[in-house]
Design a binder for this molecule. Structure first.
Ligand code: SAM
Ligand code: SF4
Length: 334
């Protein structure tokens, strides 16, 4: 048995993103409806199951693990899981352990995360205006998140800010967010809003602000150089020559990165999605729960990787006509 996961298009799968909960203490308008129905607890993988599953992926060659959600830091006991993963870091079998968070719980957990070997984190933050922040997250409070970012930096974590580009909402903060990130030595990445899940009354088309437009606004003001750097995912980077700052752009629905895609995603219920933009998935919870034998689980993982599609514009796409994906981002993890 080889210890590398290779998909049918000869891509080695080395990056796993795991959603550890569908719950969240915010209700961002582009992500959730105000009255979300969450999954019954019994459907979620337990922390032990998450450990067993991730450890199997690491044995099979996954080197980078990103923990996401929902809000990963609201999962009760989550530090036990980080602790378990840090053992793989210590052995050198796992190269990077990281997370994507809304920052609300960082004040509490930043030091523990750093102790578990986490070095870099992504914090999602779309605005620096208190009122706008409360509006976009519905339940969030900006000062709490800033306090969390302070704690993360104090603990030595490198912070990258992810901002969803929203028309008429944070267009006017393009430069203020950039300057704020530069002043705190944080990278900034803009994410194009994706049509995922039912989010209530919000109209997606109203929210859409193309990153092409965002980039050209930057280029009107600064000298913007494209960087060759790629992460195997949908992010592209530019450098602002005047400040040396690196800015990322994530256009999840562009498909020009699929050839180098090295990642798969696991939901909090143990479904594996081998492509963010496709509905196709396999169940890993059943093999986890029906057998204690890791060989059974590894066979199921390999079978799922064997179904990874070429890309999300694949001819046999199972998306509906508008290209909309029915699940929420909080289900698969962003
Ligand atoms: N709660 C954590 C957070 O907000 O960072 C982790 C999970 S969240 C689903 C991960 C990322 O997905 C966040 O950066 C969020 O802004 C982004 N996201 C959520 N819904 C999105 C959508 N419809 N389009 C684009 N990005 C979205
Ligand atoms: Fe929660 Fe993150 Fe979704 Fe906002 S984007 S509702 S913080 S899971």
């Amino acid at each position: 048995m080889t210890h590398t996961l290779i998909d049918p298009f000869q891509r080695a799968i080395t990056y796993l993103r795991v959603s550890v909960t569908d719950r969240c203490d915010f209700r961002c308008v582009y992500c959730m409806s105000e009255n979300m129905t969450f999954l019954p607890k019994k459907d979620l993988l337990t922390l032990e199951e998450l450990d067993r599953l991730c450890s199997s992926f690491i044995r099979l060659g996954v080197e980078k693990l990103r923990i996401t959600g929902g809000e990963p830091l609201v999962r009760k006991g989550i530090m036990t899981f980080f602790d378990a993963m840090s053992a793989h870091l210590a052995k050198g079998t796992l190269k990077e352990l990281t997370l994507t968070t809304n920052g609300s719980q960082l004040d509490r957990f930043a030091a523990d995360l750093a102790n578990c070997g986490v070095r870099r984190i992504n914090v999602s933050l779309d605005t620096l205006d208190d009122k706008k922040f409360a509006d976009i997250t519905r339940w969030g409070r900006l000062p709490q998140v800033i306090k969390g970012i302070d704690a993360a930096q104090k603990a030595g974590l490198r912070v990258k800010i992810n901002a969803v580009a929203l028309k008429g909402f944070n267009e006017d903060e393009l430069f203020t967010l950039q300057e704020w990130c530069a002043s705190r030595d944080m990278d900034l990445t803009w994410i194009e809003v994706m049509p995922m899940g039912d989010i209530g009354n919000e109209d997606r088309l109203d929210q859409f602000w193309s990153l092409k437009d965002l980039r050209s606004r930057l280029a009107n003001q600064f000298t913007v150089t494209d960087l060759a750097e790629r992460s195997g995912g949908p992010a592209r980077y530019v450098r602002i020559e005047e400040t040396g700052q690196k800015i990322g752009f994530i256009t999840p629905l562009s498909h020009n990165f699929c050839e180098s895609c090295n990642r798969v995603r696991i939901t909090c219920t143990g479904e594996i999605y081998t492509c963010l933009g496709q509905e196709g998935h396999s169940d890993l919870r059943a093999p986890l729960r029906t057998s204690d034998d890791d060989a059974v689980l590894e066979t199921a993982i390999r079978a799922a990787i064997g179904l990874k599609p070429k890309g999300h514009d694949f001819d046999y796409s199972r998306q509906d006509v508008s290209g909309r994906v029915s699940r929420h981002m909080s289900h698969t993890g962003g």
